[in-house]
Design a protein. Structure first.
Length: 213
């Protein structure tokens, strides 16, 4: 997650995407919100321009891209330079940790989830929103990787892969929701949020720190 050139050079285009694809953005936001805790001190990994942190009430984030950090700070986010695999944060500090479309850019899921476990308080939650590798949208992103400014170096994951690495890190008590069941961009409609995974292109998983890494 340290190679930030694409985001440094295209930060404004990245941020504008959320306005240009409002239905997709709001669908993802509602899915994440449905599994977010009501209270607590949280942080977002790969906070980007703050498009998710701000409406979800998160005021601190980790972001390796200096240009993106500037955009996040403009939204009132305390954006800290760093990577999810090696966090400049004290143990057992946060009640929850959020990842949104970040896991595909990580160099090591196991290191990032291990660090997440470390900074969470006992019984703390991790919430991860991601594009499912085997969904129609995930397959399309993979086919078009070479044409994308942002996803050229991305490694997409299945829900099963995410679950396996989270379990290995010590997480339990899994919950899932999904959305983006059709081409919301063309219909302009905000998609429904449903329990489980396997049908929607955007999956959100929540898990609890109850084990020992």
């Amino acid at each position: 997650m340290a190679n930030t050139r694409a985001f440094d050079e295209n930060a404004r285009a990245y941020d504008d995407w959320f306005e240009d694809h409002r239905s997709l953005y709001e669908s993802e936001l509602e899915a994440i919100r449905s599994l977010m805790p009501d209270t607590g001190y949280g942080i977002e990994m790969g906070v980007g321009s703050g498009r998710f942190a701000e409406p979800l009430g998160i005021r601190i984030g980790i972001e390796p891209s200096p240009v993106m950090r500037t955009l996040a700070r403009d939204r009132g986010i305390n954006a800290i330079g760093g990577i999810a695999e090696k966090l400049p944060l004290k143990p057992e500090t946060f009640d929850y940790v959020l990842f949104v479309t970040t896991v595909c850019f990580l160099t090591s899921l196991s290191q990032a989830f291990g660090e997440t476990f470390r900074i969470l308080k006992p019984q703390g939650l991790v919430v991860i929103g991601f594009i499912e590798k085997e969904s129609t949208l995930g397959r399309d992103y993979q086919l078009r990787k070479a044409e994308s400014r942002f996803y050229r170096d991305a490694s997409f994951h299945t829900a099963g892969e995410i679950i396996r690495v989270l379990k290995a890190a010590g997480f339990t008590d899994f919950s899932f929701v999904q959305t983006l069941f059709s081409d919301a961009d063309k219909t302009g409609a905000v998609q429904a949020v449903k329990e489980g995974y396997g049908d929607g292109a955007f999956v959100v998983v929540r898990a609890k720190k109850t084990g020992r890494a």
